[in-house]
Design a protein around this ligand. Structure first.
Ligand SMILES: NC(=O)c1ccc[n+]([C@@H]2O[C@H](COP(=O)([O-])OP(=O)(O)OC[C@H]3O[C@@H](n4cnc5c(N)ncnc54)[C@H](OP(=O)(O)O)[C@@H]3O)[C@@H](O)[C@H]2O)c1
Length: 308
């Protein structure tokens, strides 16, 4: 299988590289790993070297997915069976003041990839977010539910979803949430704050499903070996609040820190966040044999890996 991964230097990109090159897979593959520029090229190369992942099955190249002609040329040149789009403008608060820039990456970038993939008859894995929902519900969101984003990031991601679904038939559109892996993320921020603070005040009225990039990467690798195209939710099983999540991070990492629950109004951010953005894994459990970890187990595995 010829796999073209964009945004290879991000959290999900690195998790995919580790799963594919660091573990035995049942199928043979070649990888084209794309990063935004030469600086990222060097940094990904060094990371792969440090992690003993440099491998003749993988090549790295620079590609800005907002440029259609570059995207088309790179994809035509590699002739992939599948393109996995891990690129996104993910800074949720920055999106409020830079919506057009975010839209260029999250919508135009997705559209460019979808058009190039369509011309080759390949398939596209595109990743989206729980923030396409408004969070006014009280039970987990299913794939077919109506989207209604309440912030700029969610709007641009929703437009990206639309671009993919309207351009292609052969796509896996996978919504995930509260992702952590190798890169900046909530778990690392909390661990860093715990170094200098005895008390952490954390929002308790936003509920979601923390998801390790490794578990999501495993789900993607499972799906691309099938023809189960369509929309999927892919999150670790279970739900929690940022507050409870932080308590578990502190407990599992043995930090002696008091965690105090606060309301969203007490922690002002530029972007509004949905109160309840839990994604239902029911389709995954009913229609596949794939088993995903509960968020608590995935978190433990992640914290153990940081200690290494
Ligand atoms: N992180 C979360 O909590 C979360 C939650 C729900 C859904 N998701 C979705 O999950 C997916 C993966 O997220 P992630 O956390 O792995 O993201 P990430 O770590 O922020 O990685 C995104 C990568 O895309 C690169 N990039 C940005 N603009 C680009 C462009 N125009 N062309 C090429 N590359 C570009 C970034 O490079 P620079 O760093 O140099 O800009 C970065 O390496 C995304 O679709 C995201 O929307 C994430």
């Amino acid at each position: 299988m010829r796999i073209f991964i964009t945004g290879a230097e991000g959290q999900l990109g690195k998790a995919l590289i580790k799963e594919l090159l660091g573990n035995k897979q049942k199928f043979e593959f070649k990888l084209m790993l794309t990063v935004i520029n030469e600086v990222s090229w060097n940094s990904l190369y060094n990371w792969m070297n440090e992690n003993a992942l440099l491998d003749e099955r993988a090549e790295i190249t620079a590609l800005d997915i907002t440029d259609f002609y570059l995207v088309k040329a790179a994809i035509e040149n590699f002739v992939p069976d599948v393109v996995i789009n891990c690129v996104a403008y993910t800074a949720v608060d920055d999106c409020e003041e830079h919506e057009e820039e975010a839209r260029l990456v999250n919508e135009t970038g997705a559209k460019n990839l979808a058009m190039a993939v369509k011309a080759l008859g390949a398939c596209l894995v595109h990743i989206s977010t729980d923030y396409v929902f408004d969070g006014n519900g009280t039970i987990p969101y299913k794939e077919e539910e109506i989207t209604n984003p309440i912030n700029a990031y969610g709007r641009t991601k929703m437009l990206g979803e639309k671009a993919v679904c309207e351009t292609l038939n052969n796509y896996f559109l996978i919504r995930t949430a509260w992702l952590y892996g190798e890169g900046k993320n909530f778990v690392k921020t909390m661990l860093r704050l715990a170094e200098n603070n005895k008390v952490l005040r954390v929002v308790a009225d936003q509920t979601g499903s923390p998801t390790s990039a490794r578990e999501l990467a495993r789900f993607i690798i499972y799906l691309i070996q099938t023809k189960k195209y369509g929309i999927w939710h892919g999150v670790c099983d279970g739900e929690t609040s940022w507050y409870e999540f932080t308590k578990e991070i502190m407990r599992l990492s043995g930090r002696d820190v008091e965690v105090i629950p606060i309301k969203s109004e007490e922690y002002k951010t530029k972007a509004n966040r949905p109160h309840y953005s839990v994604l239902s894994n029911e389709k995954m459990h009913k229609e596949t044999e794939f088993g995903i970890k509960a968020w608590e187990d995935a978190l433990k595995e992640y914290l153990d890996s940081l200690k290494l």
